[in-house]
Design a protein around this ligand. Structure first.
Ligand code: AMP
Ligand code: MG
Length: 289
């Protein structure tokens, strides 16, 4: 019976297929897998996911504190205004900050430019037990760098395989890599830029340079599409999250994170080097021992 089938995993629904990707064919206002009716339902659904998500994060943290090697890296990419920062606030904000390591990658500094493009990335990888969050990432080195011809094509085109090897090793060493592309339409970006102009509380987010970047929309989409075709491995898959509806984006990234943590089959670590009964005996009220 159809209604007894398990609900599809959002990470399966949003996983980009292998090979060439037509980003234009993806509806950025779609809400795949969401059965509620809008923002209020999505907010409630996120509230319901939170306790389990928080437990798993704590188990991961506890594992890291007791000799485990595993961690998780959430990579967020998207056009300007796609909502990377907002996803950090609403989704990563559900987690205990003690177990989170966030980093936003900006234009490389002079020092960073002197090194291999992965140098600054390797320094920010999450240690055992930690959920790392990359707001932009090494993918900028095959995207903005390509669009603005910051290096010659023979340089950026070699980077795909370098990235695949790097991510493969990262996964083999115990880091789960979850890459989310927050996919908005050009029209939605226009609306969001206008909203930033209209609201003085959003002026700080407005960057006139974003309007200049808009002129390169198609080039960015092409660069993203090629990056996904080249670097969407089973070890480190890409998810395309329709992001015109902010509430769907937040719910979908929360679900993907939950599902990928579920796969880790996390548990509470056993006591190491001590025995609860013996410790309890040592805590007998004074005078009883
Ligand atoms: P924002 O995320 O709005 O704070 O902007 C950060 C800026 O840094 C964006 O315009 C990115 O394209 C740029 N950026 C990030 N990584 C690189 C990179 N490897 N090379 C050149 N620009 C970069
Ligand atoms: Mg920006």
């Amino acid at each position: 019976m159809a209604n007894s089938e398990p609900a599809p995993r959002i990470s399966d629904l949003l996983r980009l297929p292998a090979g060439a990707v037509d980003l234009q064919a993806i509806d950025t206002r779609a809400t795949p897998g969401f059965t509620g009716s809008g923002k209020a339902d999505a907010t409630t659904a996120i509230c319901h996911l939170r306790p389990h998500l928080a437990d798993m994060q704590e188990q991961l943290y506890a594992e890291g504190r007791t000799g485990g090697q595993r961690s998780l890296l959430l990579v967020l990419q998207g056009m300007d205004t796609a909502g990377k920062g907002s996803t950090v606030k609403h989704v990563v904000g559900l987690l205990d900050p003690m177990g989170v390591q966030y980093h936003a990658f900006k234009q490389p500094t002079i020092e960073e430019r002197e090194h291999h493009f992965l140098w600054r990335v390797k320094r920010r990888l999450p240690p055992p037990g930690i959920v790392g969050v990359f707001d932009r990432s090494h993918y900028e080195d095959v995207i903005v760098v390509r669009v603005h011809e910051l290096v010659p094509p023979e340089t950026w085109s070699c980077r795909y395989s370098v990235i695949n090897r790097f991510e493969g090793k990262l996964v083999a060493s115990g880091t789960r890599v979850v890459k989310c592309f927050l996919h908005i339409s050009k029209e939605e970006q226009r609306r969001r830029l206008l909203a930033r102009l209209d609201d003085p509380a959003k002026h700080w987010k407005y960057n006139p340079g974003d309007v200049d970047e808009r002129a390169y929309w198609d080039e960015y989409q092409q660069a993203y599409s090629d990056a996904f075709a080249q670097c969407n491995t089973d070890a480190a898959p890409w998810y395309a999250v329709p992001a015109d509806r902010k509430w769907y984006r937040n719910w979908a990234v929360t679900k993907i994170l939950t599902e990928r943590l579920d796969e880790m089959a996390l548990t509470w670590p056993n006591p190491q080097g001590w025995n609860p009964d013996k410790e309890r005996a040592r805590l007998a009220p004074d005078g009883w021992a």
